[in-house]
Structures are given as structure tokens and as C-alpha cells.
Design a protein around this ligand. Structure first.
Ligand code: SF4
Length: 248
């Protein structure tokens, strides 16, 4: 069953909320807008708005769900934020290890802290680790990710803001591409997405096209829904596990 509107996951789990901006992909951060809206509505957990806040009460949430669920961890924050204590991260990973029926997708823009945390620790098999890569400038995040011994490693190229050029996808199992949403959205040139899809095909990496966002394939601005998810004449919903199995 699907509880999240995010196309590539089923549910979200936010053991922390809030963040601050680290690169150009953060400019129109959805989590910031949403956190401020929830704060104005008086929603529990958002008393601090978009300030980084630990949510210990939420740690046990996945333990109460028996049905296998794919969780996007921290849709409203960055799990590897500078203010995240490693002993709290240990608790998050303890819950993950105790719930092998679930899959946990963890995406960060803070690859240095990710590397530091993972060094010497065992990553549970049900973790998919990912980094955001929105421009050529942020491609070094991939190098940090590929050496971390996670079962699945993925890249989120969303919002895709520039041509990424040549990509070394060794050790990477899945790439997600998407354009930016919202009224101030920056345009994704279709050739940038085509370049990534072609390299995924050549390097046998699963490719997922999430959305065009505010700007359509034809360069016209309209609603995200109207622009849809069709890319090169089809929907791209490849999952990493299938390709991974083929690669052995
Ligand atoms: S890292 Fe993610 S959550 Fe944090 S500001 Fe950037 S886009 Fe928002």
C-alpha cells in the first residue's frame, strides 16, 4: 500500500525534521516550505519550523508495522545533518536492523558525514543509500557513495539543474531523474535527462524517471500533473533489485 506521494517510495519516516541548505538543489526545498506550513497549522513535531530537531518519539514507528514497507527516511530533513548525533543515528540503524521486513531508502547531500558515520559500521542489508546529484559540481558525492558497503546505492538527480556530463556509475545500482516543481522551478533541459538515461543503459544501471515537474518536455510551463512522467515515450519505473540480480 502506498502512503507517500513520492513516486519511488511507499511511506516516509522522519526520525528528525528540519535542515539547512547546502547546495543549489536546496534552493526551493520542498521540506522547508512544508515544515513552515505545518508549523503555522500547529502540527505536532513542527514547533521549530525548519530548525533541525530530533524526533525520538518517532524512532519506534517502523517496529509497529509488520507488513513489508519501503520507507523513505527523512523526507523532511537530512539524516546526516551536521547536528545529528551519531548515537541517535545508531538508534535509527538499530530500528532498521530490527525490521528486516522493511526497506529503507536514505538520501543525503552530506556525503562526508555519511562516509564518516559508515566507516567501521555494518550497514543493514535492507538499507538503500543514496546521494543527491543536481549538477556537475556535486558529482563528487557519487565517489563517496560508491565505496560504502550498502546493498543498494543510488543517485537522485532531482531537481536536475544542469548536464552532468560523463558519469562513472560503477558501484551504483539506481538513478532517479526529475525536474523541479513549484512556481519558481528551474527548467530541466530534456537533453540532460537523455544523457543520464543513455549512460544508465550503457552501464546497466536501473533508471527511474520521476517527473518533468513544472516545465514539460516541450519547454512549456504547466502543472506538474499535466507534464506527467512520460519520458522518451514511456514511463521509466525500473527498480534496482531487478538489475542487480541480473548483474549477479
Ligand atoms: S539537504 Fe534536503 S532537506 Fe536539507 S535543505 Fe537541502 S533539499 Fe532541503
Amino acid at each position: 500500500m502506498k502512503y507517500s506521494k513520492i513516486e519511488w517510495t511507499e511511506a516516509t519516516w522522519n526520525p528528525s525534521t528540519g535542515c539547512n541548505k547546502v547546495s543549489s538543489g536546496c534552493k526551493h526545498c520542498y521540506a522547508e516550505t512544508m515544515a513552515k506550513r505545518l508549523q503555522a497549522m500547529g502540527a505536532p513535531g513542527y514547533e521549530n519550523g525548519f530548525e533541525f530537531t530530533l524526533m525520538p518519539d518517532r524512532l519506534s514507528a517502523p517496529l509497529k508495522i509488520r507488513r513489508p514497507t519501503k520507507f523513505f527516511v527523512n523526507s523532511m530533513s537530512d539524516l546526516f545533518h551536521e547536528e545529528m548525533p551519531f548515537d541517535f543515528l545508531d538508534k535509527v540503524f538499530d530500528v532498521i536492523a530490527q525490521t528486516p521486513q522493511h526497506t529503507y531508502q536514505i538520501l543525503t547531500k552530506r556525503e562526508k558525514i555519511l562516509s564518516e558515520y559508515c566507516n567501521g559500521r555494518t550497514i543493514p542489508e535492507n538499507v538503500w543509500l543514496g546521494v543527491s546529484v543536481e549538477s556537475a559540481k556535486t558529482k563528487s558525492r557519487i565517489d563517496a557513495l560508491r565505496v560504502i558497503p550498502a546493498q543498494i546505492r543510488f543517485i537522485s538527480a532531482e531537481p536536475l539543474l544542469a548536464d552532468l556530463g560523463a558519469l562513472d556509475l560503477a558501484g551504483i545500482h539506481w538513478v532517479i531523474v526529475g525536474g523541479e516543481s513549484g512556481h519558481k522551478a528551474r527548467k530541466m533541459n530534456p537533453t540532460w535527462a537523455i544523457n543520464i538515461q543513455r549512460q544508465c543503459d550503457e552501464q546497466k544501471v536501473a533508471f527511474f524517471f520521476k517527473q518533468w515537474g513544472a516545465w514539460g518536455e516541450d519547454g512549456v510551463k504547466r502543472s506538474k500533473k499535466a507534464n506527467g512522467r512520460f519520458f522518451l515515450g514511456q514511463e521509466w519505473n525500473e527498480e534496482p533489485s531487478l538489475i542487480h540480480a541480473v548483474q549477479g
